[in-house]
Ligand binder design. Structure first.
Ligand SMILES: [Fe+2]
Length: 198
């Protein structure tokens, strides 16, 4: 694509942007979210006695900051640009609307889960093991389905239809918007849990 060639030469030294192409950067954030899902699954499997309580202090801010901001970025920046390029493809717009509804529900879910994990960290025991396990599994299973859909349908579509100017518009908030930067930085902290020596 005409856009991608020139784009790879720009601003590669950005502090929080490891992937030079912003669509790759979104895919990278999705990979971090999937790591979070794996860590949450470990917590669910370890309830009540085998939980690594130290990791909860890292997971709670990721659920309150990293995940919600990443979803907000997709809603506010990524999807609107994609809509401009695929507005005549009716089904794509329906898929985007569904993903936006999931973002809203999942942001609320992430805050509730963060509150529960914070309580678990403080009390060192779940007030209701079955309920917390159910919440954790509902969250990470839903997230995996959501991210798989975006990785299999939305990101490849964007790679096909985005022009150079679209990539620039997508890239800019990742480098100058404190809300977006803070969210991406927060997401990366999950690596401390999945790979404590990394
Ligand atoms: Fe999403």
């Amino acid at each position: 694509m005409q856009g991608k060639r020139s784009f790879h030469n720009s601003r590669q030294s950005d502090a929080y942007m490891t992937a030079p192409n912003p669509i790759d950067a979104i895919e990278e954030d999705h990979a971090l979210q999937l790591i979070l899902c794996n860590v949450l699954e470990n917590v669910a499997d370890g309830l009540p006695a085998e939980v690594d309580f130290k990791c909860l202090g890292i997971l709670v801010p990721v659920l309150r900051v990293g995940m919600p901001r990443q979803m907000q970025f997709e809603d506010d920046v990524f999807f609107p640009i994609l809509r401009e390029r695929v507005s005549i493809v009716f089904r794509t717009c329906e898929v985007l609307e569904q993903l936006e509804r999931e973002h809203q529900a999942d942001q609320d879910y992430a805050y509730e889960l963060a509150d529960e994990l914070e309580l678990l960290e403080q009390r060192r025991a779940p007030w209701n093991k079955e309920m917390l396990g159910y919440m954790l599994r509902g969250f990470f299973e839903g997230q995996r389905r959501h991210i798989e859909c975006e990785n299999m349908i939305i990101l490849p579509l964007a790679r096909e239809v985005f022009r150079d100017s679209d990539l620039q518009r997508l890239h800019e908030p990742m480098t100058i918007d404190e809300f977006v930067l803070g969210g991406r930085l927060s997401l990366r902290t999950v690596l401390k849990v999945s790979n404590p020596t990394g």
